[in-house]
Every structure is written in structure tokens, then in C-alpha cells.
Ligand binder design. Structure first.
Ligand code: CXF
Ligand code: ZN
Length: 341
């Protein structure tokens, strides 16, 4: 189609959102999963002018038209014309993939667990081809979601205190963002003890395992911060109990909780008094970064080594072994699984 590109995928990576969708959170079957990846443009539609054959690009799960009221406002990265596409189909309502005569559904606007995919140019970001493909793949969802949340959405400041609930790929990216912003205290929280080592390796100063403390997490976080609580908390697990603990962990009067974990619980109860006491809560998608026009900001940090993603990838599998990727993601020591295509 005129405004689409066909990509040869080089690397993909697994995000918990793929796992949730695979487990039936949204029953679209058969479907090509995967929304993290990087590819090379193989062909372009006749209306595509800013991307050419041979460019290195990442498909993204939110789009950017550059012209709608939201894109033009500069206030948000949530494009009104090309939002998260949950339909499993292209923006025109049709599919670009089939197998044995049957239509295949897409995963958002990406479907990266494949040798080739087709995407609307509004969901494709050109990147500097010097970024190693394994690193580039991480930028298309999880890493940018966490790093951008600390950097661009919350705007963590030098000397501030931070708690990160859930030390998976997104949580560790928050830790890295908070560290780069100069946070003085970064408290990692996870029910998996192996995450202590991982969190500390990426910049966490403290670790709390909620199952081992015999009291609510927010009490321990307040004890670690002179009874005050943290300036910023980031909820990266998607669980209601964790979100409430994240809110209660922040400073009364000024604390900000960032909601970035996406799980199956869509409605959650809160203690209203926490907010009457001056705390705030805010959500963001893709770390508040515009997918097409802001991604170079993170790419530049990777190229100048301010952001080092070596060590972020704990496992790699071939596309033929994609089922192993889903098993590996469950391992306590697993941070990110990259799929070589
Ligand atoms: C998700 C978050 C929930 C909406 C769809 C996209 N992000 C990445 O996995
Ligand atoms: Zn994701």
C-alpha cells in the first residue's frame, strides 16, 4: 500500500505484553506476535518519501502522524490518528500476512516474530544503522518505556529519591534512567531475590523483597528515606497491590507515582486520602517519547555510551526456537530474550 513499508526483521525481542496476549488477554488467532524488533527496509509504497530501501528502522506500537492535535501540541506522544492498534489489522482494516490460505492477525502495528513484516510508516522509526541490532530491538518497547518514563515523563532530578516496583526489563530501564538523571537513592523492589544483583548492577542502591520483610513495602521504603518516602515511584508490574504500595511509598505533599506496568488488572482501588494529601499519579506510554521524532535521543545515548545495554540481554534464541524464548522469560535471572531472525 502507498504508505507502508516492508521490513526484513533482523532481531526481535520478547516483552511481557506478548506473553499476556499469547495467553489470551486478547483472543486474536492465528496471530504473528512480537512488537519489539529492528529491521531493514526491503520495499516501500509509492507514497513513502522519508524512508527508503536499506534504511534501518524499528517498528513501534504507538504511531506518530506529526499533524494531529496531539502530535502538534508537543504535550504528549499519544498520536490521535495512529494510537496503539489493538485490532490485529492494518489501519485500513485488512491484514498483510497469511499462511496456508488463512489470514493472520498482526500484533499491534509490528508483528516482529517473523522474517518479514509490513507496517504503516506512521508506526516506523528510522534509526542510525550503527546501533547494534540487538540493542536497537530493545528500543522499540521495553527499554524506551522505562528509561523514557524516568527521563522524559517523570523528569527525575539530580539528588531525588526513587523507588522502582518490578525489576523486569522495564523496571531496570527505569533504574538506568534514574541513575543517569542523578537520583541519589534508587530502591528496587521485586519478589524475586535474583533481582537484587541485577538491580544493583544497573544502578539500584537498595533492594526490598516484599515477601521477606513482614510489613508493607511502603513502610520499608519510608524507613530507607528518613521517614519521608521517595520523590518518585515507578510501578512496573501491573499489579494493584504494587500500585498502591508505590503510591504510599512517595512523599506526602509532593510524591509522584508513574504507572507504566501493564497487566491484566484494569480496575484498581486506591486510598483517596493519599491523593488528598498531595500525591499525584501519572501514566505514560513508550516513556512519553514520540516514536518517530524522539527515538534518536535514546539512540544517541546508546552511540555515545551514556546508555550501555550490554548485559541487558540475558538470552538469545533463533526464530525457530521462539517457544524457548517464552520459557526463558520466566527464569528468575532472565531480563531480556532476543530472537535472532
Ligand atoms: C503496552 C502497554 C499496554 C498497551 C499496549 C502496549 N506496551 C508495551 O508492551
Ligand atoms: Zn512491550
Amino acid at each position: 500500500m502507498a504508505s507502508e513499508v516492508r521490513l526484513r526483521i533482523l532481531r526481535a525481542s520478547l516483552c511481557h505484553t506478548d506473553v499476556l496476549r499469547w495467553h489470551g488477554m486478547q483472543k486474536l488467532f492465528p496471530r504473528v506476535l512480537g512488537h519489539e524488533g529492528v529491521g531493514v527496509v526491503e520495499s516501500v509504497g509509492e507514497g513513502v518519501t522519508d524512508i527508503k530501501v536499506g534504511d534501518t528502522v524499528i517498528p513501534t506500537f504507538i504511531g506518530e502522524c506529526g499533524a494531529c492535535p496531539n502530535c502538534a501540541s508537543g504535550e504528549t506522544n499519544v498520536c490521535r490518528a495512529y494510537p496503539v492498534n489493538f485490532s490485529g489489522l492494518m489501519p485500513d482494516g485488512t491484514s498483510r500476512m497469511s499462511a496456508r490460505g488463512h489470514k493472520l492477525y498482526h500484533m499491534f502495528s509490528c508483528s516482529t516474530f517473523s522474517e518479514y513484516t509490513v507496517a504503516s510508516i506512521n508506526y516506523v522509526a528510522k534509526i542510525d544503522q550503527r546501533v547494534p541490532p540487538t540493542v536497537a530491538s530493545l528500543l522499540s518497547c521495553g527499554f524506551t518505556t522505562g528509561f523514557g518514563a524516568a527521563w522524559k515523563a517523570a523528569k527525575v532530578e539530580e539528588g531525588s529519591t526513587v523507588a522502582v516496583l518490578g525489576l523486569g526489563g522495564v523496571g531496570i530501564a527505569v533504574v538506568m534512567g534514574a541513575k543517569l538523571m542523578g537520583a541519589s537513592r534508587i530502591i528496587g523492589v521485586d519478589v524475586n531475590d535474583k533481582k537484587k544483583e541485577t538491580g544493583e548492577a544497573f544502578g539500584a542502591t537498595d533492594f526490598v523483597n516484599p515477601t521477606e520483610i513482614g510489613k508493607p513495602t511502603h513502610e520499608v521504603i519510608r524507613e530507607l528515606t528518613d521517614g519521608l518516602g521517595v520523590d518518585y515511584s515507578f510501578e512496573c508490574s501491573g499489579a494493584a497491590t504494587a500500585l498502591n504500595e508505590a503510591v504510599e511509598s512517595t512523599k506526602a505533599g509532593s510524591g509522584l507515582t508513574m504507572v507504566i506496568g501493564a497487566g491484566t488488572q484494569k480496575v484498581m482501588p486506591f486510598n483517596v486520602e493519599s491523593f488528598l494529601g498531595g500525591r499525584t499519579m501519572k501514566g505514560c506510554l513508550f516513556g512519553g517519547m514520540k516514536p518517530r521524532s524522539d527515538i534518536h535521543l535514546i539512540v544517541d545515548k546508546c552511540l555515545n555510551k551514556e546508555v550501555q545495554l550490554d548485559g541487558f540481554v540475558t538470552h538469545e534464541v533463533e526464530l525457530d526456537d521462539i517457544n524457548d524464548a517464552f520459557k526463558l522469560l520466566k527464569l528468575p535471572e532472565c531480563l531480556k530474550v532476543v530472537i535472532k531472525i
